[in-house]
Design a protein around this ligand. Structure first.
Ligand SMILES: Cc1cc2nc3c(=O)[nH]c(=O)nc-3n(C[C@H](O)[C@H](O)[C@H](O)COP(=O)(O)OP(=O)(O)OC[C@H]3O[C@@H](n4cnc5c(N)ncnc54)[C@H](O)[C@@H]3O)c2cc1C
Length: 581
């Protein structure tokens, strides 16, 4: 049962029986950022909401992004002003009010190589970018830098051809943690959130047309139950067409899969005190500061393979390293690579598969009026009464996507439902953050832990950090670090079970914490300890603990075989990162 935003894995049985016995206004299929956002949007309007996710929250694209909350300079260059404007406002809202504990400003240096033409062009773009911000301005304005100024901030840049730089600001987030926090906030508004539960069939009403819920399968036991809801909202990302197949209806759009790969390298491999963005022949390459590491990427190639486990190839890694090395003084080599991860962008195209974004054509039940509404970035589709879907968009604009898809769902209700309130709704852990941050030294004293521990926890849980500290007070052994050289504590493993719905070792090592992409051994060295801490809470016997550890090691090994990197020059364990992120 989910109470006050607590997703306790030990209460999973009660959660599943609520799915079977309650009648919901909205059933959300998919627990990525869009589905979590839709559940929060609907629940905070006072609706009865259930969310089912076939694997773990954020296990799809929403843990494999570049982890930027940004307007996107690239879209500005494509003259997509509306998208940039909306995304920048969302960025500012998240940084200043909705999730300041999770979404944090980050600076990017944009090196210039053509003295006369480039500076006015990029400068004008960045001035426009800044001008599109709202009145809150939680991130500083852009600045012009000389060659000297650029090299002072980023000594790792090669001085050859460098003509100066611009410095501008965006924001970054742990995408999986943000998705989890949105889902927990939905649970705080009484949404029922169930993971490892897949929709396998859509239920129809007496007229044989209206969708009235879904049959769902518990992936842990194989049991199936029917979940009744007035509207089913599909937020299944690159799986959307498969869910449409369950309903036997045609979508008003198609989702095209575009693979994006990132590599993770140690912080010392690139000498810079700021993030960087460089132009490439095809797009842009980001160097994104990520704790003691850099995330470098990304690529953009069509994908038609396995949706759950997209694989990075040798060419992907080589492309990223070559693009990076065009601007670095000390080239990156495969030996620098700690991990590689790949994700799939759910890009929207028209039903015949041509073009993008302009998808139209789905018709409502009444037959005449097109019911596919297309915005520049995301598409909402109502193929039959009771069924609504959304695809496309960006992580940054999830709140707007959620609002739009819930508006479409309640548009079919025969009663008035309040408008979205999420613009005014801080996520769990955000309210009162400034005071808790100011009181960090006192918290450290009270809980007898170093202040660095408190700061680490505040940066991940906001004001909920005290819940993790309470676990340490009850069992001081949980204050110990989980893995050498990483800030995560054993208490965070326990908390992942009792408050964050972690059911298996991979949920903890891949998404609640990011050792899968941050550690050269993909977190395998910590797997047995994670299994043991989880097992104590979930009642696993010795055999089950060993099996859960083995499951993680097998998963990592399987990732290695799906990742096609021939030379073996990248550390084998690093390749396991190919499907996380
Ligand atoms: C490489 C890359 C970099 C990116 N970088 C950025 C960035 O920096 N900033 C930004 O704003 N955006 C970025 N994006 C885009 C952003 O990550 C995506 O738009 C967003 O994560 C999509 O979320 P989603 O919830 O729609 O899909 P997903 O996260 O994929 O969620 C869909 C979920 O549905 C579940 N599901 C599927 N079928 C069923 C079923 N039958 N029953 C139950 N559950 C089901 C899946 O398991 C999955 O978890 C990036 C994307 C990629 C690939």
């Amino acid at each position: 049962m989910t109470i006050h935003g607590v997703l306790d894995a030990r209460e999973r049985g009660a959660t599943l029986s609520r799915l079977a016995t309650e009648r919901f206004d909205v059933l959300v299929i998919g627990g990525g950022i869009t589905g979590a956002g839709a559940a929060l949007d609907a629940a905070s309007r006072g609706l009865r909401v259930a969310l089912v996710e076939s694997r773990d929250l954020a296990s799809g694209t929403s843990s494999r992004s570049s982890k930027l909350v940004h307007g996107g300079l690239r879209y500005l260059e494509q003259l997509d002003f509306k998208l940039v404007y909306e995304a920048l406002r969302e960025r500012d809202l998240l940084v200043s009010k909705l999730a300041p504990h999770l979404v944090k400003p980050v600076s990017f240096l944009y090196p210039l190589y053509r003295k006369v033409v480039e500076r006015p062009y990029v400068g004008a773009g960045l001035a426009l970018y800044d001008a599109m911000e709202g009145t809150r301005r939680p991130v500083p304005h852009h600045r012009h830098l000389s060659v000297r100024g650029a090299l002072k901030l980023a000594p790792g840049l090669s001085p050859a051809r460098l003509a100066g730089a611009m410095l501008y600001y965006d924001a970054q987030v742990d995408d999986a943690r943000h998705t989890l926090t949105v889902a927990r906030t939905a649970a705080a508004h009484r949404a029922v959130v169930a993971t490892r539960v897949s929709a396998t069939e859509l239920l129809r009403g007496p007229d044989g047309i209206r969708v009235t819920g879904a049959r769902v399968r518990d992936e842990e036991s194989g049991d199936e139950v029917d979940v009744r809801a007035e509207a089913v909202v599909v937020c299944a990302g690159v799986w959307t067409d498969l869910v449409y197949d369950l309903a036997g209806v045609r979508a008003g759009y198609r989702v095209r899969m575009s693979k994006g790969v990132h590599v993770v390298v140690p912080r010392e491999a690139v000498h810079a005190d700021t993030g960087m963005i460089v132009k490439t022949d095809k797009s842009v390459l980001f160097f994104i500061p990520w704790g003691e590491r850099w995330i470098v990427g990304t690529t953009d190639t069509d994908w038609s393979g396995d949706r759950a486990e997209p694989a990075a190839t040798e060419e992907d890694v080589d492309y990223i390293l070559a693009a990076a090395n065009r601007v670095l003084a000390r080239p990156l080599t495969r030996a620098d690579v700690i991990a590689v991860y790949a994700g799939l962008r759910p890009l929207v195209s028209s039903p015949d598969g041509n073009g993008s974004k302009g998808a139209r054509g789905a018709r409502g039940a009444k037959g005449s009026k097109p019911t596919t509404k297309v915005s520049r970035e995301h598409v909402v589709d109502v193929p039959v009464p009771g069924l609504v879907s959304i695809a496309g968009g960006k992580f940054t604009t999830y709140r707007l996507m959620a609002r739009d898809v819930v508006d479409a769902a309640v548009g079919g209700f025969d009663r008035v439902v309040p408008a979205s309130v999420t613009e005014k709704l801080p996520l769990l852990g955000a309210d009162g953050l400034a005071a808790v941050q100011a009181g960090a030294p006192r918290l450290a004293e009270d809980y007898r832990v170093p202040q660095a521990v408190v700061e680490h926890l505040l940066g991940r849980y906001g004001t909920l950090a005290t819940e993790v500290l309470d676990l340490i007070r009850d069992d001081p052994g949980l204050a110990r670090p989980l893995a050498e050289g990483h800030p995560y504590l054993r208490a965070e493993v326990a908390y992942a079970v009792t408050h964050e719905n972690a059911l298996h070792v991979e949920d903890v090592l891949m998404r609640r914490m990011r050792l899968f992409i941050e550690s050269a051994d993909s977190g395998t060295g910590a797997a047995a300890d994670v299994s043991s801490i989880m097992g104590r809470l979930l009642g696993w016997n010795r055999r089950r603990r060993a099996a859960e550890t083995r499951r993680y090691l097998d998963l990592v090994a399987a990732e290695q075989t799906t990742t096609v990197i021939g030379s073996g020059a990248v550390p084998a364990a690093a390749l396991a990162g190919a499907t996380a992120g």
